[in-house]
Design a protein around this ligand. Sequence first.
Ligand SMILES: Cc1cc2nc3c(=O)[nH]c(=O)nc-3n(C[C@H](O)[C@H](O)[C@H](O)COP(=O)(O)O)c2cc1C
Length: 189
Amino acid sequence: MAVGVYNSGARANTAAQHQSPGPGATNLQTTDSINEMYRDAWSRFATGVTVITTLEPGGNVHGMTASSVASVSLDPPLVLVVIGENRESHALVESTGRFGLSILDDGQTDIAKHFATPPEVRCEIDPQHFTALSDTPVIANAMAIMDCRVIAAHQAGDHTVFIGEVESIAIGAGKPLVWFQRQFGGFSR
Ligand SMILES: Cc1cc2nc3c(=O)[nH]c(=O)nc-3n(C[C@H](O)[C@H](O)[C@H](O)COP(=O)(O)O)c2cc1C
């Protein structure tokens, strides 16, 4: 079943104190191959799909498709979103201190693709796809929408984990949009 083995130097050294590294425990991979293996491993993790929304200084809505999101705490209600430091959304979440989180349904693949496209090559989007929760923009007709205030930010590698306190929630209906092995799909049971 195994399609590749990667051991970082740090782990290999620790392991070497206890046993000789096996043939798979050498550290010969290039950064490229490690990145590929990391991406392949996570492509096996099926997730839901969200859009993180913020307001640009001119008042336009900015969105970013995101699957690295999680529920953190119930009391107070906290979520986390993980945003690459090069994303435009990173600077906007940092400067506004707020974001909207919309959990997409399986009829919203086009929206997910739109907001996964680099902003400089995105086409126009119909403003009817947006609505507001409190004053924060979110995606209309999503399965669930939340308005969040950033209470902490932790840099981690080339991403930042933003923790948001959920100040408003609205619940919709539908079936979830799923991201698995680099493709959008649906969920059935
Ligand atoms: C399904 C899916 C999930 C994604 N999840 C994240 C994520 O959690 N964090 C992230 O930084 N980028 C994520 N991306 C990439 C961004 O959506 C993409 O880079 C986007 O163009 C960033 O937009 P921005 O630069 O306008 O913020 C994801 C892409 C896809 C297709």
